[in-house]
Design a protein around this ligand. Structure first.
Ligand SMILES: [Zn+2]
Length: 676
């Protein structure tokens, strides 16, 4: 999942923290209204803006009615009304924000962004509303079921973490700081996005080692120069394949300067504003505030977790590093260490030479069409569901639409917008449209990816990405049937939300699953020996890679768990790189200036590793029961996916496993003793 979507989701989920079912409210005169926006109604920028402004007026009026209410609040009256307000706000904001990332019309994309900003202000005002908070605190929960109690508790916590219980002056400052943080964060991200730099090459000889299609796509310009940009599709193959060592070094120097020096002051302002916000709300620093509603629960627990994983990865990292150094010495006998610009290049050589895994051969067996069919079949068989076409409006002719059924019951709907297009979001993510609510509305989401079309070959890593994102999609569909919106859908803890997707990725390492769809143009199935080689190669680099991930997690935490005045960005990030990795930071680079997650994820980059540890633990049940065991899958669907946010994630996983969560399976895998 991409951080932009995650941020949106959680903004919606945190603030949109209630939820109600049908319009059966008899307890009061308070309105119950679930806004729905069809794509056909907002097909132009003007229509979207008009509809958005109308909605803002309706939402603010509903909000004002609730703030003015002086009767005794009840679950059937007040809470249902408040929930429908949060739900409406979430639906309209999500739809506008999602369209801003995918719509072919640039004006409509801008209108979607503006609409999302307008409605986010309503959400902020609600999160700081003392009348709403006081009313929810007065609810009588004596006869409430466990899910409703959890929903109310969660809402009260999100109010407190927003600072609702502070005095008027503090709340006003909190509001200002929130606005500042959004604006500064956008500037930080924009400085990274807009800072595209180029390495200038004199001739095609400088592309030696790169794949033929890459060379063909990078012809000389009118001055006879070949320009290699710092964008991912340009830069990553260059690090992996370019034979000329000095050019890889220059490329890394160029790449490592993105966002610098502009982001030095911007980042400083961002962490200062967040530090002040956290202290106003009653925490010693921002890392404490942002972890308070996560599974980990505190910054100290996060630091312990990072340290624990560091302990599991020392030996395997050193072993892998020695393999890289030995391979490098074959070409450069005098080499004494592997430099940061050599890591990817040498690692890729070892993969090809020692494991016989060549990504150019593997990709011949995978296309968008066969992968989609394979994933649909796998999900249908495993979870006993059907995926059928859904006849509806979309935003572009490439977009496909489907419904998910269990027997005759429709569970949800989704869009697949899977191919690149100008102006479209460039990564892979699930975009939310409608958060499902029991008896009220079906969940709707879109998968947004950028894969080649039809029967063209796609990279194996794209197959993995497809499956990962599909994991978010089915979680959204199965979970979107709770009664209250703040516990429906994937309204679970942020450090758990990746786990179902990370676990679903495991199926690509199962030959029986892959052999059902991986077929080349001549109709030949991916050979089992090749798949076995891929499995053997899979964990090569896990020690080095996990240590890099941990260094990012440590940097993310360290930016926010202390007084910002103490931090020297270059020194801190170099110290952390040396603590976790064997690669010396390249002089002149400032990687922190382009580490975009410092905005969206702030202190909690650790969440990826935390989720992965839980995913690995949950997968042990499938390893024992069989990957096509529909009983295990059924229990998993009910207890983990469909439960959504109705209980803390730890309870869901414990219930599924029949025991406490253990990080041991992940530790074993990291130490190379767990097998796959
Ligand atoms: Zn994800």
């Amino acid at each position: 999942m991409n951080n932009r979507t995650t941020t949106l989701l959680f903004a919606t989920v945190f603030l949109a923290a209630c939820g109600a079912g049908e319009n059966t409210d008899t307890a009061s005169e308070l309105p119950v209204r679930h806004a729905a926006v069809g794509l056909a109604e907002i097909a132009t920028a003007e229509a979207l803006t008009g509809r958005c402004n109308e909605e803002e007026v309706l939402l603010r009026a509903h909000f004002a009615t609730l703030e003015a209410y002086s009767g005794q609040p009840t679950l059937d009256g007040y809470y249902k009304s408040l929930d429908s307000l949060f739900s409406s706000l979430g639906t309209v904001t999500s739809t506008a924000q999602s369209l801003s990332g995918v719509h072919p019309d640039p004006d409509l994309r801008d209108a979607g962004e503006t609409c999302a900003q307008l409605l986010t202000k309503v959400a902020t005002d609600m999160s700081l509303s003392r009348p709403l908070y006081d009313a929810v605190r007065q609810l009588d929960l004596a006869n409430a079921d466990a899910t409703t109690r959890h929903s109310v508790d969660k809402l009260l916590l999100s109010f407190r973490l927003a600072g609702v219980d502070k005095d008027d002056e503090a709340r006003e400052r909190i509001r200002e700081l929130n606005d500042d943080i959004v604006a500064i964060g956008q500037e930080f991200s924009r400085n990274i996005r807009d800072d595209v730099r180029y390495l200038e090459l004199d001739s095609a000889d400088d592309l030696a080692g790169l794949p033929q299609d890459y060379v063909a796509a990078h012809g000389p310009n009118e001055d006879g120069k070949i320009m290699i940009s710092t964008q991912y599709p340009d830069v990553f193959p260059f690090f992996e394949y370019a034979d000329k060592d000095d050019l890889r070094k220059q490329m890394l120097l160029t790449y490592g300067q993105r966002g610098y020096p502009k982001n030095e002051e911007v980042l400083r302002n961002l962490i200062i504003a967040r530090h002040e916000l956290a202290q106003l709300i009653g925490f010693s620093n921002y890392a404490e505030l942002v972890t308070a509603d996560k599974m980990a629960g505190s910054a100290e627990r996060v630091a312990m977790f990072i340290n624990e994983l560091k302990g599991y990865t020392g030996e395997v990292r050193d072993r892998e590093y020695e393999m890289l150094l030995a391979r490098l010495k074959k070409d450069v006998p005098e080499a004494r260490q592997v430099e940061s610009w050599q890591r990817s290049y040498v690692q890729s050589k070892v993969s090809r030479e020692q494991y016989g895994v060549d990504s150019k051969v593997i990709r011949e067996y995978f296309s968008y069409n066969n992968t989609r069919a394979g994933i649909f079949n796998m999900v249908q068989d495993l979870f006993g569901v059907r995926i059928v076409p859904w006849d509806t409006d979309t935003w572009h002719e490439d977009v496909e639409s489907y419904s998910l059924y269990d027997g005759d019951t429709e569970l949800g709907r989704f869009y697949l917008d899977m191919h690149p297009r100008e102006g479209k979001f460039q990564h892979a993510a699930m975009f939310p449209f409608v958060n499902g609510i029991k008896g009220q509305q079906l969940p709707v989401a879109g998968l947004i990816c950028n894969f080649p079309k039809g029967d063209e070959p796609i990279q194996f890593s794209q197959v993995v990405t497809f499956l990962h994102e599909f994991g978010h999609l089915i979680h959204w569909q199965f979970a979107g049937h709770q009664e209250w919106s703040n516990v429906s859908g994937i309204a679970t803890e942020w450090d758990f939300v990746e786990a179902p997707s990370q676990m679903l990725q495991e199926w690509v390492w199962d030959y029986e699953t892959v052999a059902q769809f991986a077929e080349n143009a001549d109709g030949e199935i991916l050979p089992q020996e090749l798949h076995e080689a891929m499995v053997a190669e899979r964990d090569f680099g896990l020690g080095i890679g996990t240590r890099r991930q941990l260094s990012y997690a440590a940097l993310s935490l360290s930016m926010y768990n202390r007084d910002p005045a103490e931090i020297n960005f270059d020194t801190l990030s170099a110290d952390i790189a040396r603590e976790f990795t064997r690669f010396e930071p390249l002089d002149g680079t400032h990687g922190w200036a382009s580490f975009g997650h410092l905005n969206g994820y702030s202190a909690i980059y650790y969440t990826y590793q935390w989720s992965l540890a839980i995913a690995t633990d949950m997968f042990t049940h499938f390893k024992e029961g069989g990957l096509r065991n529909v009983e295990v899958a059924g229990v998993y669907r009910d207890k983990v996916l469909a439960a959504g946010g109705s209980r803390p994630a730890e309870d869901l996983v414990t219930d599924f496993l029949g025991r406490d969560i253990s990080f041991k399976p992940y530790a074993d895998r990291l130490r190379g003793t767990g097998g796959q």
